[in-house]
Design a binder for this molecule. Structure first.
Ligand code: FNR
Length: 379
């Protein structure tokens, strides 16, 4: 990444570099409803703030004279080598952000060889996204449906269309108290955005009186009643394991005791996340939860993290605190809003370059070498 060597001939159509500028531009192009749906969080947004504060509290203590000319930013997960520790966080309803929605994001990821995580709540069916991606790496995020047949069908469809891991999101058995969306009377799902993956599902459609084509409103209402399942307990993990041979990661883990239970129940990975502060307002910042969870898991299974990553130094800190990889959420969605596929690609490129430079300047040559010892916690 020789970013500065390209500077003498800047692209006249260049896009922002600064995260805050992407967000400002996204604010200009999006209506209130979609903008606040993406940018807003639960309640008074205390957890959203806690996510950012946690990153600024940890400080990097750089080391000198360590030959950082050659660097390795690749990571290995579940027997596959990935080019960098970045992934795109599962984000539903991307059609409210840009008309090309998930297709644009998935293409940008495929081009960058960054794994794309397709959300259950994608506007487009998971097979269509897979087709766009060719052989590029992709995982599937499961919203565990109340109807076990739908959950089973989603798992089968993901395997059949070349997804290589399942991310089961546990923190959203129901939508949280989101004040902006209530104020704006805006929930994308109620107008049919984000249910595309369900409306093509044979198990989902089998439970409808009429086809979604004939009666879209009833199909959407059926979706609202079944998309999440608050009755689940740890015993139900066995159901997932029985119904897929893919590695299973649990997303939304914040308590070390839950991390311990995840290991005991034989899952393959954990994603420490508070859903970007969109579910439990007042919850612990995700980066604050990360070291506690890594201490509990002791490298038995990989721990990934998201919620609050905005710059390369954030990625370095998360990796130093024990994350094997990180998921990028809102920054890519602002890129999508501003410039579609190109916007997502540029955000990913910038974050990767920023991470690589920060790692080198901190005196580290590889992701594997990033340890907690390069950080101190300072208020
Ligand atoms: C999300 N997130 C999310 N997570 C998930 O498992 N399934 C989903 O469908 C969605 N949808 C979704 C929509 C929007 C608009 C946002 C902003 C987020 C959560 C996402 O995967 C991730 O955890 C957060 O985005 C991380 O927080 P930051 O870094 O984006 O603030």
């Amino acid at each position: 990444f020789n970013v500065y060597q390209t500077m003498p001939n800047p692209d006249p159509n260049r896009l922002p570099v600064v995260y805050e500028e992407w967000e400002e531009m996204a604010r200009e192009v999006l209506e209130d409803g979609p903008y606040y749906y993406v940018a807003g969080g639960a309640g008074g947004e205390d957890t959203m703030k806690a996510n950012l504060k946690a990153f600024s509290r940890w400080k990097i203590v750089p080391r000198m004279l360590r030959d950082v000319e050659e660097r390795d930013i690749s990571v290995e997960l579940f027997g596959r080598t990935y080019q960098s520790p970045l992934m795109l966080a599962p984000i539903g309803v991307q059609s409210i952000i840009h008309p090309d929605g998930e297709i644009a994001s998935a293409r940008a990821c495929a081009e960058m060889n960054v794994p794309y995580i397709t959300s259950s709540a994608s506007t487009k069916p998971m097979e269509k996204i897979a087709e766009e991606m060719g052989d590029a790496p992709r995982w599937f995020q499961l919203y565990w449906n109340r109807d076990p047949e739908v959950t089973k069908s989603f798992l089968q469809r993901a395997e059949a269309s070349g997804y290589s891991a399942i991310v089961a999101t546990l923190d959203t058995p129901m939508m949280a108290w989101r004040e902006n969306d209530l104020k704006n009377v805006y929930l994308p799902f109620l107008v049919g955005e984000g249910v595309g993956n369900y409306l093509t599902d044979p198990a989902f459609c089998a439970k409808l009186d009429k086809s979604p084509h004939e009666d879209p409103t009833s199909a959407i209402m059926h979706w609202t009643q079944t998309f999440g399942n608050p009755t689940l307990t740890w015993k139900d993990i066995a159901f997932l394991k029985e119904n897929t041979s893919l590695p299973i990661l649990l997303k939304g883990i914040l308590h070390p005791e839950d991390a311990k239970l995840a290991v005991e129940h034989g899952v393959d990975g954990i994603i420490v996340s508070n859903h970007g502060g969109r579910q439990v307002d007042g919850a612990i910042g995700a980066l604050d939860a990360l070291p506690l969870i890594c201490d509990e898991v002791k490298n038995e299974i990989p721990v990934l993290m998201d919620s609050g990553i905005r710059r390369g130094s954030d990625i370095v800190k998360a990796l130093a605190l024990g994350a094997k990889a990180v998921l990028i959420g809102r920054p890519c969605m602002y890129g999508l809003a501003v410039a579609g596929e190109r916007g997502v690609r540029e955000v990913l490129q910038n974050l990767t370059a920023d991470m690589d430079l920060t790692m080198a300047l901190a005196g580290e040559r590889s992701i594997q070498d990033l340890k907690r010892s390069i950080l101190i916690e300072k208020d």
